[in-house]
Design a protein around this ligand. Sequence first.
Ligand code: SF4
Length: 576
Amino acid sequence: MIKFIRVDMSSKSAKTEECPAQYAGLAGRGLTSLFVAGEVKPTCHPLGKNNKLIFAPGFLSGTTAANSGRLSCGAKSPLTGGIKESNTGGTFSQKMAKLGIKAVVFEGLPADDKYYVIKIDADGVSFDEAPAETLGGMGNYDVVKVLQAKYGADVGVAVIGVAGEMKLTGANISFADPDGNIRSAGRGGLGAVMGSKKIKAVVIDDAGGPGVTIADQETFKGAAKRFAKALTTHPVTSQGLPQYGTNVLVNILNEAGGLPTKNFRSGRNAWANNIGGETMAATIKERGGKTTHGCHKGCIIRCSQHYMDKDGKYLTSGFEYETIWALGADAAIDDLDAIAHADREFDEVGVDSIETSVAVSVAMEAGIIPWGDAKAALDLIGQIRKGTPLGRILGSGAGAVGQMYGLTRVPVVKNQAIPAYDPRAVKGVGLTYATTPMGADHTAGYAVATNILRVGGFVDPLKKEGQVELSRNLQIATAAVDSTGMCLFIAFAILDIPDGFNALVDMINAQYGLSLTADDVTELGKTIIRAELDFNRRAGFTKADDRLPEFFEEPCPPHNTTWDFTDEEIDSVLNF
Ligand code: SF4
């Protein structure tokens, strides 16, 4: 039986059913988005009784396929008001797959005011009151320890921090990685949805589970080998990411003039190397940390790391380019250690590190703290855990800070913070920010690959030509990849190495006994995006929501390019 579990928080009951027929051919983002589009009322309050939160592993999760352990989480977003899929590493996805669970859905609101831990194992679902000490401010690292001490050292954990308890729109859902450290389904405020349902944590134990069935083992093994070969051959997945993490991009984007600096006033700065991947890797080595590390078992790219403090003590992992960019370049904090402390605090309180870091830059724009002041930034971030009014505003994202302080220079689309690539200097990703149903999200169609890294061909980042097609094709392909359980970074290899892509399709076919073609994969991506767009339209979104803020009409040094797409051009991106 492929299980579809519905947890009703209003009655504290759970129902395990055979996966409904309409969801049988879906997984990952395809499942979360078609479920939300089909079962969540688009006009519901995201924190109200009618919103539903869904976790779904991908098609290949739980298998031996490299990098296949990602989990999709979906709901109506409290941050954007639209549909949301947020994707994470950690151990949860593989454990769900090994228990034969296609999805778990959390619905309804409890009448009482207690927080709960929901346990899922081979026997079913049970409800416990959350341990009192985990509530009201304990950091997520310690909460994971408390829960693993109680439920088993090897259980998977999904948890909200104090930001989720406060239902802040920047709250994320944190997941334990194989070392008990934190990974996050970061974007869109899904931690607030979990908090509204009074779910402090979900723990999952796959002991005694049926495991994953593979229809054609031999073919699967062969395809998995070919797929792994593509990842270990491509320079980005075999060298750049394992050596320097995603932070390899700081110096690359600075060189390209696309590294937004001081709230998007310039695309280049003089201090980038101090916060770049090369400096970070040297610092980690000097302090005895790990420069390469996987966020789940079976990751062979290993872009994560263990960043240590000055005393050689573990500080943070999954220390991503986007966070380092936002505090290091956009907020002008020239201090990698200070940024690492901020990253740790984001994980501890459970907020999206991109959203909150951009909110810090906007706070500097508002004059709340000075540009580049690391101590003031850390104090401000510390206010989230204390739940002060300013901390709550910061934890509600860049748009909230901008609105409270009457600013117009607020880098958001659909109220979600624009990440680490200036749309005037990397135009393809600008179109993705504008049009993806997710709100500004580079991962929804990572045109940086082709604009800057020359992966999958080359489209000049400073010109409009070719960008509409690039963003469209990448958004469609990404929606499909997000359904496989694969880390998105595999895209670098499969865009350049055709057999890598073929091997991916072959693995899915061998696992399920199917005969999908590349066209079927494209069609799946289109179906997902159509459903997401339809949800947003029914939630009240119009074309006017697919626009970048007006300040991008200003020239961006050093290239002095502007955001110059017409409305018609923007509207043609997802017009399929
Ligand atoms: S490459 Fe990085 S993000 Fe992707 S699965 Fe591995 S550690 Fe996680």
